[in-house]
Ligand binder design. Structure first.
Ligand code: NAD
Length: 299
């Protein structure tokens, strides 16, 4: 059986739905109630996890993922992302778990004008980044010490159904309340190579299948490099809005990552490819925001 830790959030809900479609047995461990239909272990990973038998694979997605929250509350970042990861590593060791898929992040490379391959040095640009780097280091050691296979996904920002935060959701919400004007933080030129959630999950499954070494780490990001302004343009077109853009150049925050693009070449050599481009997945996501009456999900 698989265990999806942090399975009540955005990526976890998509993994749970995918495992269900594929007929893989799983449970969700999370401190929040799952959105997907699943057995739920209601637990906070800042505490040790009770023993469980026959866990084949853990998807570790639970984290405080907001850079600014980590910045303002270093203890929250440490407890959830470092101590929580340690509790999962210890649970895996004691319960003979075979494989762990760890959601790391593109943020481990810090700011860079170059496209980061896996050979690039890791840079703790902010507390969130350091907590992911610490998680990767911990799992690498557990993999070598105890023979648990682990692989870390250094993922670009992810787009997909069930995503209720991030720049697109934020702009959507603002345009719904006022389609005449919109304030954006900074220049709006911050660039990312977003990834469609289903393609991320396919990458997780492929690497899990093909990994021979005890520990592996893989970038995953899309071919299209887009800015916040590109997202706003697509969203405005779809909502038939033409907002006046008001730039707050001083907004944004210390520790924000202005530019980070990850190369997926290593994954592509293993046979992975994106199934949707930026326009396709963004349109699908915006349709979901509209259909799911996203405004009420935020309440
Ligand atoms: N969403 C992205 O674009 C992105 C990109 C790169 C990496 N990641 C990483 O992927 C993972 C999942 O991201 P997401 O967007 O689905 O996040 P999310 O916030 O939607 O989901 C995280 C889930 O973890 C749970 N959780 C957090 N702390 C917990 C704790 N102490 N005990 C038990 N459960 C806890 C939350 O309740 C939530 O259900 C995170 O580790 C995040 O850092 C996300």
């Amino acid at each position: 059986m698989d265990l999806v830790i942090g399975g009540s959030g955005f990526i976890g809900t998509n993994i749970a739905n995918r495992l269900k479609r594929e007929g893989t047995a799983f449970s969700i461990l999370d401190k929040k109630k799952p959105q997907a239909e699943s057995e739920w272990i209601n637990h906070d990973i800042t505490n040790p996890i009770e023993p469980m038998e026959n866990i084949d694979c853990i998807y570790h997605l639970a984290a405080e993922g907001t850079i600014r929250v980590c910045q303002e509350n270093p203890q929250v970042c440490f407890d959830n992302n470092v101590l929580g990861t340690y509790n999962i590593a210890e649970f895996a060791r004691k319960n003979e778990v075979k494989h762990i898929v760890f959601m790391s992040s593109y943020a481990t490379y810090g700011n860079s004008n170059e496209t980061s391959t896996e050979e690039f040095p890791l840079r703790a640009r902010n507390h969130y980044s350091y907590s992911k780097i610490a998680g990767e280091a911990m799992f690498e050691s557990y993999a070598h010490e105890y023979g648990i296979k682990v692989h870390a996904m250094r993922s670009a920002p992810v787009i997909g159904k069930h995503l209720i935060k991030g720049v697109t959701a934020h702009f959507y919400q603002k345009l719904k309340s006022n389609s005449e004007e919109i304030e954006i933080w900074g220049s709006g030129e911050q660039k990312r190579n977003y990834i469609w959630v289903e393609d991320l999950i396919s990458a997780m499954h492929l690497t899990k299948q093909k990994q021979t070494e005890p520990y592996g780490f893989y970038n995953v990001g899309g071919a299209d490099v887009v800015s916040a302004l590109d997202i706003l343009a697509l969203l405005s077109k779809k909502l038939e809005a033409n907002p006046k853009i008001i730039r707050d150049e001083k907004a944004g925050f210390k520790g924000d990552i202005a530019m980070q693009i990850v190369s997926s070449e290593k994954l592509q050599k293993m046979g992975w490819n994106e199934t949707k481009n930026f326009n396709q997945y963004m349109n699908e996501y915006i349709d979901w925001l509209i259909e799911s009456k996203f405004e009420t999900l935020m309440l």
